[in-house]
Design a protein around this ligand. Structure first.
Ligand code: XMP
Length: 327
């Protein structure tokens, strides 16, 4: 039997009852697989890794070691939420690494998008690997939030941007309890496991995080402005009931300034680009027709509340011919 093939007769998990049955089954299977050994998990705070963490905490408790690497490019409040939910509420064995300075000094002056991606990806693996070595010998399993589309897309081998490049001398057996599930099923399971709604409905967030939204060479002040602007956008989308309804929405801030006027004074500040898209597979994407009053409110709030931003623009470009991200 191919363990990476979803059986034709497997029911789609759409209800709490089906989710509970799946959880029970996987808790037993993971207990059986891991026994009294330890497992390591890179916990980004995204839906998939969070659900696997919650499932494994139920199965093996503190034998699961979660590592959350804060690369300094997370959205506002995200790392804090991971610590709060997993350490404080679920009593997880969580290693929290604030690697902001390491990432930002490596990125200093680097403007080319692919170079930024490479630096962030490689450093992520380095930090995770250092933490893996610290708990090293005792850990036998690497838990991952691989889901079924990852398997279908990569023909059985997950090119996981976070932990795919671990060195050969760190030998782990994989534990991938949601590998046969689709994203919507993972969300149903997450809800049943008691994860907060905004974590379960979290929109996709690229591995390099705000690093590819702080366009060009990243500076701390512009990154901070971007983080604040993005938080306002997400807050207003949530208040308008659009969380989980629009596929992805975010702010990017370019590395040039434009003229503005605030409190009667002429100034040069950054513009903020708002992007919202709907898509099925991220290969093509449409721009939703958002409510004008909502857009205006977001624009007014960002331009008036965020230090360093004086204009807000809404991107009308579908994919193609624009990509979803600006970099
Ligand atoms: P593009 O910009 O290529 O984005 O239309 C398609 C989807 O992929 C996400 N994205 C990334 N995800 N690492 C990731 O994990 C990356 O380097 C990366 N670049 C883009 C993007 O957010 C969108 O959902």
């Amino acid at each position: 039997m191919d363990l990476n093939k979803r059986p034709d007769d497997m029911a789609r998990i759409t209800t709490p009852e089906l989710a509970q049955a799946f959880i029970e089954e996987q808790v037993a299977a993971c207990r059986e697989q891991i026994g009294d050994k330890k497992a390591l998990l890179a916990l980004s705070g995204g839906v998939d890794s969070s659900v696997v963490a919650a499932l494994l905490i139920k199965a093996i408790g503190k034998q699961l070691i979660c590592v959350h690497v804060n690369h300094g490019l997370m959205r506002k409040g995200e790392s804090e939420q991971v610590v709060d939910v997993f350490r404080n509420q679920l009593d997880a064995n969580l290693v929290y690494v604030d690697a902001t300075d390491r990432f930002l000094s490596l990125l200093d002056g680097v403007a080319e998008p692919e170079a930024k991606r490479k630096i962030i990806g490689a450093e992520f693996i380095r930090v995770f690997e250092e933490e893996a070595r610290k708990v090293g010998d005792e850990v036998s399993f690497l838990a991952q939030g691989t889901i079924y589309p990852d398997i279908l897309e990569s023909d059985g081998v997950k090119a996981h941007h976070n932990v795919g490049g671990l060195p050969d001398d760190l030998q782990f057996e994989l534990c991938e309890p949601v590998r046969l599930l689709y994203k919507d099923e993972v969300r149903v399971i997450g809800r049943e496991l008691g994860l907060p709604e905004n974590m379960v409905e979290r929109q996709p967030f690229p591995g390099p995080g705000l690093g590819v939204r702080c366009l060009g060479a990243i500076t701390r002040d512009r990154l901070e402005a971007l983080r604040e602007a993005d938080a306002i956008l997400r807050e207003e989308f949530a208040a308008a009931g659009l969380e989980g309804k629009v596929w992805q929405y975010f702010v990017s801030v370019p590395d040039f300034r434009v003229t503005g006027v605030k409190e009667g004074k002429r100034l040069y500040e950054w513009p903020a680009f708002i992007r919202a898209v709907n898509t099925v597979d991220a290969m093509t994407a449409e721009v939703p027709e958002l409510d004008w009053a909502l857009l205006k409110k977001i624009g007014d709030r960002i331009a008036s509340e965020v230090n360093g931003i004086c204009r807000v623009l809404y991107d009308l470009t579908p994919k193609p011919c624009g990509t979803i991200e600006f970099e």
